[in-house]
Design a protein around this ligand. Structure first.
Ligand SMILES: NC(=O)c1ccc[n+]([C@@H]2O[C@H](COP(=O)([O-])OP(=O)(O)OC[C@H]3O[C@@H](n4cnc5c(N)ncnc54)[C@H](OP(=O)(O)O)[C@@H]3O)[C@@H](O)[C@H]2O)c1
Length: 431
């Protein structure tokens, strides 16, 4: 019986790896088709809340990946380079399957690793790398393989979404909410990967590769984090009927695929506007199916381990398919589309409260042919600079940037104006 089961080795026993061990202990179905035989982490003696005494221990996860008695290596160490990469390469090169949750690795080395898997007739599956427990990868790779995607847009980083949601709910600043999130373990000590938008960009790279049949190309994503989003922006956007979210979006555009991660204003009717806290969500626009939305827990032990387990079941059932949904030779070089720059924009200006300032701002916008859609000024008693926010009617980004430069040059603003796009609501539910 044992030989009929795929023998699994887990490299990394942290949040995700520990969760996978627990699933092996609690989920009969997994144990019917697969057998957990080996584990590896940095420290054997570390208390983990799971009993690993019954599994072969490897001090070196690369040695485990090279062991011929292991059929599937689960790589849940993390990191775009170094040991995780060695583990995955070693396993694929000798013909073992790999299941990984490592978006940082795949976003940068995904094409090379997919080629390596193909050459050796093995599978490389990564449902857990994007959206935690939400089956975004399989939805695009399998369920929507008969459709033509035109856009994928998501909330792919739970830390950023938690921070923005908490800022709105509690009225506390970005810095205060981030410090709390770090204390509670929702944010890393070095939050750059999350709040800087890089983690969402890694995930977007993988989704775009599958959705549009292009080679994963992380360098092509234009990335802007949430560090400049202030409480003023959240409050003013709210007064105008919008909510601010970090949106990761890839879309077919003239000349190729355009990918960006950036904070944006969403009208409350947008399907992503009400995704709160640490949830993740993805909206897919595809022909002829229309619009689909996937929502769920994007991180954490249980949801992420569940996605790893579903990849393991695919291997046991001989499913899984090509790494990015089609053979690497059929993936196009991601043509770098010119960004879609036309749309509505939000501007926040911190202006010195002097007569004539509003007229001067309007004048500079008019000079660039930009029409104002809404305008709000918030009193800031006792402070030197007061916030003015406005949204524009549809215009080119270059024009907005030119107007902003001209406004800043007037010497009436205390800091460089902040620009965010307004994300248009395409099809609405039921539309
Ligand atoms: N956490 C989530 O919710 C989540 C969600 C989606 C995807 N992911 C991805 O899943 C992966 C793992 O994340 P995680 O949160 O589980 O990480 P984690 O809790 O930090 O665990 C990492 C594990 O890797 C082991 N490790 C680190 N360096 C090692 C080395 N040189 N040799 C052997 N073992 C080593 C650690 O060993 P010790 O325990 O002995 O220190 C630890 O068990 C990452 O790629 C992450 O991006 C995580």
């Amino acid at each position: 019986m044992f030989k009929d089961k795929l023998r699994v080795g887990i490299a990394g026993l942290g949040t995700v790896g520990g969760g996978v061990v627990k699933l092996f202990e609690s989920t009969a179905r997994l144990g019917e088709r697969l057998s957990l035989t080996a584990v590896s982490a940095r420290s054997r003696g570390r208390a983990r809340g799971v009993d690993i005494a019954g599994y072969r221990w490897f001090d070196d996860p690369v040695a485990m990946a090279a062991d011929p008695d292991i059929d599937v290596v689960v790589e849940v160490i993390g990191g775009g380079e170094g040991v995780a990469k060695n583990v995955v390469e070693t396993a694929l090169a000798r013909g073992a399957h790999v299941v990984t949750a490592n978006k940082a690795l795949l976003a940068v080395h995904g094409a090379a690793l997919a080629r390596l898997a193909e050459r050796n007739g093995t599978k490389l599956l990564f449902e857990a790398a994007v959206g935690g427990g939400v089956p975004m990868v399989k939805a695009l790779k399998e369920s929507l393989s008969g459709c033509r995607a035109t856009a994928v847009a998501g909330i792919l980083n739970g830390t950023c979404n938690y921070i923005l949601t908490e800022m709105e709910a509690s009225g506390r600043s970005f810095e205060a909410v981030l410090a709390d999130a770090q204390r509670l373990g929702y944010a890393e000590a070095d939050p750059t990967m999350d709040v800087g938008g890089f983690d969402a960009a890694h995930k977007l790279t993988l989704l775009a590769a599958i959705a549009f049949g292009v080679l994963p190309d992380f360098d092509h994503v234009r990335i802007e984090g949430i560090e400049r989003v202030s409480l003023t922006d959240i409050r003013m956007a709210g007064k105008l009927g919008y909510r601010i979210k970090l949106i990761a979006k890839a879309a077919q555009a003239e000349g190729g695929v355009e990918m960006h991660v950036r904070p944006a204003l969403l009208s409350v009717e947008h399907p992503l506007a009400n995704i709160g806290g640490s949830l993740n969500a993805l909206v897919v626009d595809a022909e002829p199916v229309g619009q689909l939305t996937f929502i769920g827990r994007g991180a954490g032990e249980g949801p992420t381990a569940a996605s790893v387990a579903s990849d393991l079941m695919d291997l046991a059932e001989e499913r899984g398919g090509h790494v990015f949904g089609r053979p690497v030779a059929q993936l196009a070089d991601a043509p770098r589309a010119s960004p879609v720059e036309r749309g509505r924009y939000y501007l926040r200006l911190m202006v010195f409260d002097r007569p004539g300032v509003v007229a001067a701002v309007s004048d500079k916008l008019a000079h660039e042919d930009i029409s104002i859609e809404s305008f709000l000024q918030m009193p800031a008693p006792g402070e030197q600079a007061v916030p003015i926010v406005l949204t524009t009617q549809a215009c080119g980004r270059a024009a907005v940037e030119a107007a902003v430069r001209a406004i800043h040059a007037l010497g009436v603003t205390a800091e460089p104006p902040y620009i965010m796009p307004v994300e248009e609501t395409r099809a609405r539910f039921g539309a």
